[in-house]
Ligand binder design. Structure first.
Ligand code: NA7
Length: 535
């Protein structure tokens, strides 16, 4: 452990699911630690994204920690897909049950991280100017945590209220009698729109890109279902850990959509559609790799949209026409398309009539003015790298991470950047991150890092560093997996396309969580090949 009395062994930045598990794990192994959290309490994404309709789209019995059998036996999920409020209650329960809160300094943002090679220590500087020194630093900053508020001219003059879905107030927001504009129709927009429509005098939905959304199929979980899962949790979790998506409810398809008859394909699509959830995209092997296969599912969804939306002109506006199904983060909804049948809802197609400016009284597009009392930004995040690069991370008299990643992030196994010793990323670029159940992703990475630190301790190492060659090889591997898939064709946040000026690089690792785990285990087995342990 560190020989410097004022330093801790491990500093953890972020107290969402990754940070909490890191605290639990490193403490269990006897490391001294300190965690910092920008929010006022635990939860990360689930602390901030408390907008009406916020809900997970992974089954609740899967989207939960696996590290404690007691925990998973004692917690009762109530719905197939948990609300933000229920997930946050669960995360708070975890924090209390394992006494994790005592290690966290809340309402504290880390602004600077500087590594001193001579001392082998990181110095963390908070937004309040306090400092802490640590041997190791774990970035549990979250892949979807830095909100994106687009820079629209005139915004500061707007006289009404405004909110971002990812910075929602802690009190209820009452839209009754108000004219509300929602900008953005990704997962968050698609979830909040039906809820706001129920209250608002009039809701204007400002859509830049129409999205494919499948019905969530959410419903209460029965006692029998819950007991059945609990009785089989060990086995289920083991399968999930080695599955592609960190989720055994997602089927592993075995057939090409093109290898079956139209009737057979339709029957399977119907079955998946009626069951609900994102599993629809995994009904066949080639929906995101083959244009023709993709089209079979896309045309099925288009028909569904047309059947739900009464006005054919509005249905046409809601049908995506510029990307393949599944190539932007898929959405699931509870009555999204049907909301556009309401008298008090208007869809504004920003592709036809872009926003020109925000005025003191609302939004002006190239076609007209929309007077508004409230603007809701459901405009997403600077994903995967945003929260990491929001901190000035550098080595004293050495490289700066933002400069190193100028043309795109490079990290060995998505966890370590060469020339930045003792710094680890959770759910970072080049890891399964946002493409799999992020709780299991975090658990796998924390466990791997913990083993690595124990190894370093055993061999008496001060600094662990990724080799440049290993980093380049991994980065090329991540890129190669994405090249040739349809993912590369869409303007998605997977590719950083939602952030002006962000390099167009496919951020997550497409090989799946199970394969990633095996690769990481192999690296450990080889004595941490690709890493250098410096005395
Ligand atoms: P997303 O999926 O990034 O969606 C953001 C939406 O906001 C999307 O429709 C964007 O259109 C739209 N957007 C962004 N900037 C603008 C501007 N300047 N003007 C108009 N419209 C804009 O974020 P979410 O919060 O919905 O979901 C993020 C993830 O959280 C989700 O995938 C789950 O993993 C959980 P675009 O498509 O870029 O044209």
């Amino acid at each position: 452990m560190t020989d410097n009395a004022t330093a801790v062994d491990v500093a953890i930045i972020g107290a969402g699911v990754g940070g909490l598990y890191a605290i639990y794990k490193f403490r269990q192994l006897g490391f001294s630690l300190r965690a910092f959290e920008a929010g006022g309490d635990v939860g990360g994404t689930w602390y901030w994204n408390r907008y009406p309709g916020a809900r997970c789209d992974i089954e609740s019995t899967e989207y939960s920690f696996t590290f404690s059998e007691e925990l998973q036996q004692e917690w009762d999920w109530t719905e197939r897909f948990a609300t933000q409020a229920e997930i946050l209650r669960y995360i708070n329960h975890v924090a209390d049950r394992f006494s994790l809160r005592q290690h966290i300094k809340f309402n504290t943002q880390i602004s600077v991280l500087e590594y001193d090679r001579t001392e082998g220590l990181w110095t963390l500087v908070t937004d309040k100017g306090e400092t802490l020194r640590a041997r190791y630093c774990v970035m549990a900053t979250g892949p979807l945590s830095l909100p994106q508020v687009p820079k629209i001219e005139g915004f500061s003059d707007f006289k009404g209220a405004w909110y971002h879905t990812a910075r929602w107030p802690h009190h209820d927001v009452d839209f009754s009698g108000l004219r509300v504009g929602v900008i953005g129709t990704g997962s968050s927009g698609i979830q909040i729109v039906p809820e706001v429509a129920k209250q608002a005098k009039h809701l204007f939905v400002f859509q830049r890109t129409a999205q494919y959304s499948v019905p969530s199929g959410n419903r209460p979980l029965t006692r029998e279902e819950l007991s059945d899962v609990k009785a089989n949790y060990r086995e289920l979790r083991q399968k999930s850990r080695y599955s592609r998506k960190g989720n055994v409810y997602f089927d592993v398809p075995d057939t090409s959509a093109l290898s079956v008859s139209d009737e057979e394909r339709r029957a399977r699509f119907d079955a998946y559609w009626n069951r609900g959830g994102l599993n629809f995209l995994y009904s066949y092997t080639d929906l995101v790799t083959n244009v023709e296969a993709n089209e079979t599912a896309a045309s099925y969804v288009r028909d569904k949209i047309r059947s739900k939306v009464k006005d054919p002109a509005i249905a046409d506006m809601l049908i995506p026409n510029d990307h393949y199904l599944g190539t932007k983060r898929p959405c699931s909804d509870s009555g999204y398309y049907e909301t556009f049948n309401r008298e008090n809802v208007t869809l504004v197609d920003l592709k036809q009539t872009p926003i020109e400016t925000i005025t003191p009284d609302g939004i002006r597009t190239t076609a007209r003015d929309y007077p508004l009392d409230v603007i809701v930004f459901a405009t997403g995040f600077d994903a995967v790298t945003g929260a990491i690069l929001n901190i000035d991370i550098h080595v004293k008299d050495g490289p700066n991470l933002a400069a190193e990643w100028k043309s795109g992030p490079r990290a060995y196994l998505g966890m370590m950047a060469a020339r930045f010793p003792n710094l680890f990323f959770l759910a970072g670029p080049g890891s399964p991150s946002v493409l799999a159940n992020v709780i299991l992703v975090n658990e796998q990475q924390v466990d791997w890092i913990a083993d690595c630190l124990m190894h370093a301790k055993d061999v008496g190492t001060g600094a662990i560093e990724a080799r440049e060659s290993a980093q380049e090889e991994w980065t090329a591997h991540v890129r190669d997996l994405a090249e040739g898939t349809l993912f590369m064709t869409a303007n998605s946040w997977y590719l950083g396309a939602n952030i002006p000026g962000k390099p167009r690089v496919f951020l997550p690792y497409l090989g799946g969580l199970g394969t990633f785990r095996e690769k990481c285990d192999q690296v450990a087995h080889e004595g941490y090949s690709g890493l250098t342990f410096i005395a």
